[in-house]
Design a protein around this ligand. Structure first.
Ligand SMILES: Cc1ncc(COP(=O)(O)O)c(C=O)c1O
Length: 373
């Protein structure tokens, strides 16, 4: 699939779905891949099972292509959090991160610091939750060894500027949770040292499709503390315990689920063929459409308006008394969003059609006409 229109048409779910930041309904290609590979895995033929296993190499190759890197530096993971655990447990020294990050970072960092005693957590608390280069510059100390940050913040939709963050952190490690942006928006991954993600949201691949990329600096500096038997070069390490691999493979525990990887490879193929830049441009239009309706009905928006600082998440911040009525109106109009902590997270994808946006506009209009000022 190389055609953008074909890609857009592959979004064949029901109208009203604006919750891609929570879960991405599986693409048709992913669904048919599952059926085909499940049959192969049920065949009892070695060739069939090997064929499914070949998706591991394919997924790593395409991930490397999208990261503009080498497949040796890519390792498959059960989820984003597993990848981040591999990275954070390997650190020593000051680790800077925002308290408002998704718990994949905050909880993992805290557990790693408690367990190892060698990590010093340097929490930052930007007022708007945006981890900007300025906020980081101000908080850096001589002891800071790494910054961990989301490419796209799960709560506000703020898209971090990796290039600028790299300039600020200098030679320190930059660890990126790319869960809410990978495959949906372009990013300067070369500025990072570690990039982790999963395919069950924006890639439409379902759960179990995580991955991690470890650049040169990361491979040099991170200890593969959580390395398992699959983290070695060569075959099954029996009767002796070899050193962890020198490549990113070291940061793995066990073999990946080939059926999950087949889903990932299939989803990645589509994204690679269409091109992330084209997807990014289209997604920017969809999130702009959401912002348009929010403005029209005077619902405050938390997400930055500049296209380069947002991605697929638009967060509405209604007055406290408006949250319930607005959420109810959205539900009554058949719109699926995430309502959490007084915020309403609206997440379209490129295939979000005019029918869904019309329902969204109708829901806001109905809310607005009943609103008591
Ligand atoms: C920014 C961010 N990171 C990580 C995760 C969790 O990822 P996983 O389930 O792949 O561990 C989420 C889930 O919503 C997220 O929004």
């Amino acid at each position: 699939m190389t055609d953008l229109d074909e890609f857009l048409a592959s979004f064949d779910g029901e109208a009203g779905y604006l919750d891609w930041a929570a879960f991405g309904p599986l693409s048709p290609a992913v669904r048919s891949e599952v059926h085909a590979d499940a049959e192969l895995l049920g065949s009892g033929r070695r060739t069939g099972m090997d064929l499914v296993g070949e998706h591991v190499g394919e997924a790593r190759e395409i991930l490397a292509e999208l990261l503009d890197s080498d497949a040796e530096q890519v390792v498959l993971q059960p989820s984003t959090t597993y990848g981040l655990m591999q990275a954070l447990y390997g650190l020593a020294g000051g680790l800077m991160l925002s308290r408002a990050e998704f718990p994949s970072l905050t909880v993992t960092a805290t557990r790693a610091a408690d367990a190892l005693g060698s990590i010093d957590l340097q929490w930052i608390e930007p007022a708007d939750g945006f981890v900007t280069p300025e906020v980081v510059r101000e908080a850096l100390t001589d002891d800071t060894r790494a910054l961990a940050v989301s490419l796209v913040d799960f709560r506000t939709g703020y898209r971090a500027d990796l290039t600028a963050l790299r300039e600020v952190v200098g030679d320190r490690m930059l660890i990126v949770d790319a869960m809410q942006g990978f495959g949906a928006v372009s990013a300067d991954y070369a500025a990072a040292d570690v990039v982790c993600g999963n395919g069950y949201k924006w890639l439409r691949a379902g759960r179990g499709t995580g991955f991690a990329w470890f650049g040169e600096r990361a491979l040099e500096r991170l200890a593969p503390v959580l390395s398992g038997w699959a983290g070695v070069d060569g075959d099954l390490p029996v009767d002796l315990v070899p050193q962890p691999a020198a490549s990113a493979q070291a940061f793995s525990v066990s073999r990946p689920d080939s059926l999950a990887v087949a889903r990932l490879a299939s989803a990645l193929r589509d994204v690679r063929d269409v091109g992330v830049e084209r997807i990014d441009a289209e997604l920017s239009e969809r999130s702009r459409d959401v912002i348009f309706f929010a403005d029209r009905y005077e619902v405050p928006v938390l997400t930055p308006r500049e296209p380069e600082r947002r991605a697929g998440i638009v967060t509405l911040a209604p007055a406290p008394q408006d949250v319930g009525p607005l959420a109810a109106s959205l539900a009554n109009h058949g719109i699926t969003v995430t309502v959490r902590s007084g915020l309403i997270r609206v997440a379209p994808h490129v295939g979000t059609g005019a029918d869904t946006l019309r329902l969204f506009g109708d829901a806001l209009a109905a809310f607005s006409s009943a609103r008591v000022w």
